[in-house]
Design a protein around this ligand. Structure first.
Ligand code: GDP
Ligand code: IMO
Ligand code: MG
Length: 427
């Protein structure tokens, strides 16, 4: 398999893990390159459901190296739970590797994220997962972060905390009115975190990556979240704090752009979003409810009901551009099996002046004035979940797929018709 990046092309939860798991069978190395335990990745293998937050979705195969990359943020308590759950399921973790350069989420990051969300008023609310993601990345960028390698350098960590902790405690108490942490508490926590991570830290990653390139090993890059949640390219400020776009696979993994050959975006046949922010095709009616119920659209990480709406080709085209997608995987097509008709948004109209937008307007403040322009497609009214060949799909399903390809300007190379590994059509 050519080296491939798998990214979400909407607002997350597109089914990236399912696609990653399938492609991982033919990969040697799988790398999660950004995000943290805000991600909830579901793989259904032979009827059994696995949920990952940090561990790459390739871990179910015995002989793969699965890296948690430098661009990720790791909350060790969640990682410990994930490791324990996988061990209970007899999953072999000998291939799990953690970058010494990944950032650690500390309890104060979670305190700040939770406080900010609970106390934000009106449009300031983002609807984060409260997993400390924003505050951890903030500290990384402001150069106050703790990295995995710091956990194994007691002297270095002690000096770092002497610089960081007084400031952090001021922030906690004076800005947020939260409790402060003693240095002893944090040093003890870091010892515990080191214990959790110790057997997986990969200090010889340069040698492994170098040899992987030399020996033409197959590398699969697994993104979390999606293009529209990207901190630079998404619906800012209603985004996560990292770069899910394909460019993030370079900065977050340690491989350069020349290594990546295929970039597969994953889109649902409709769209969902959790948390706040613009969502032009959102359906606050019984059709939206029907999609939510049939598609089981409730968050893997937080259990929140996901907002639902029609496929938005303006969003898809934007993702194709900013991530250089070479093809798309279309998931959850089966969710439409009972629908009489299906709509697709092809552009937006500005209700103030009639202006039409064919490209995504990046200023979120104008979205309240935009309404989607739809075209309507006839449904197929057939159970497609058992179909495994593209030719066997109903004509109306093939027409829907062709039209999406035309609107997005990219081929749909994979069609998913159910959660299980085998419910997949390759073209
Ligand atoms: P991710 O975060 O992008 O990996 O996606 P999630 O795991 O959060 O959400 C996708 C959900 O849809 C999971 O429950 C999957 O098992 C499920 N799923 C994936 N592909 C399909 C599909 O083609 N049809 C149906 N019905 N469910 C699917
Ligand atoms: P996967 O990888 C869907 C959303 C949150 C919120 C915003 C910021 O499973 O697709 P954060 O906690 O990251 O600061 O929250 O981003 N969000 C996701 N939505 N899927 C995800 O991950 C998400 N990770 C974060 O709901 O709107
Ligand atoms: Mg998810």
């Amino acid at each position: 398999m050519d080296n491939t990046v798998v990214i979400g092309a909407q607002w997350g939860d597109e089914g990236k893990a399912k696609i990653t798991d399938i492609l991982a069978e033919n990969a040697d190395i799988i790398i999660r390159y950004q995000g943290g335990c805000n991600a909830g990745h579901t793989v259904v293998a032979d009827g059994k459901t696995f949920k990952f937050h940090l561990i790459p979705s390739g871990i179910l195969y015995k002989d793969k190296l699965c890296f948690i990359g430098a661009g990720t943020v790791i909350y060790p308590e969640v990682l410990a739970q994930e490791i324990e759950d996988l061990k209970k399921d007899n999953i072999n973790l000998s291939g799990l590797k953690i970058s010494p350069l990944a950032s650690i989420t500390m309890p104060y990051h979670i305190d700040i994220d939770g406080y900010s969300e609970d106390n934000a008023k009106g449009s300031a609310k983002i609807g984060t997962t409260k997993k400390g993601i924003g505050p951890t990345y903030t500290d990384k960028i402001s150069r106050h972060g703790i990295k995995v390698q710091d956990l194994f350098d007691e002297d270095g960590l002690s000096k770092k905390l002497d610089n960081i902790l007084p400031l952090k405690n001021k922030e906690l108490t004076m800005v947020y009115g939260l409790k402060e942490y003693t240095k002893e508490e944090i040093m003890n926590l870091c010892k515990k975190y080191a214990e959790i991570i110790k057997s997986y830290v990969c200090n010889d990653w340069q040698k492994i990556f170098h040899e992987a390139i030399k020996n033409k090993k197959s590398i699969l890059f697994e993104g979390a979240q999606g293009v529209m949640l990207d901190v630079d390219w998404g619906t800012y400020p209603y985004v996560t704090s990292s770069n899910p776009v394909a460019g993030g696979a370079c900065t977050g993994s340690g491989f350069g752009p020349n290594v990546m050959k295929e970039i597969i975006g994953v889109s649902k046949a409709y769209i969902t979003r959790v948390g706040e922010g613009p969502f032009a095709t959102e359906l606050n009616d019984e059709v939206g409810e029907k999609i939510r119920n049939i598609g089981h659209e409730f968050g893997t990480t937080t259990g929140r009901p996901r907002r639902t709406g029609w496929f938005d080709a303006v969003v898809a085209k934007y993702g194709v551009l900013v991530s250089g997608l070479t093809s798309m995987a279309l998931t959850k097509l089966d969710v439409f099996d009972t629908f009489d008709e299906i709509k697709v948004c092809t552009a937006y109209k500005d209700t103030r002046n009639g202006d039409v937008y064919e490209y995504y307007p990046t200023n979120v403040n104008i979205h309240e004035y935009l309404e989607p322009i739809y075209e309507t497609h006839a449904g197929w009214k057939t159970d497609i979940s058992k179909i495994r060949k593209y030719e066997d799909l109903p004509e109306n399903a093939k027409k829907y797929i062709s039209r999406l390809e035309e609107l997005m300007g990219v081929k749909i190379s994979i069609v998913s018709v159910g959660p299980d590994r085998d419910q997949t059509i390759f073209r």
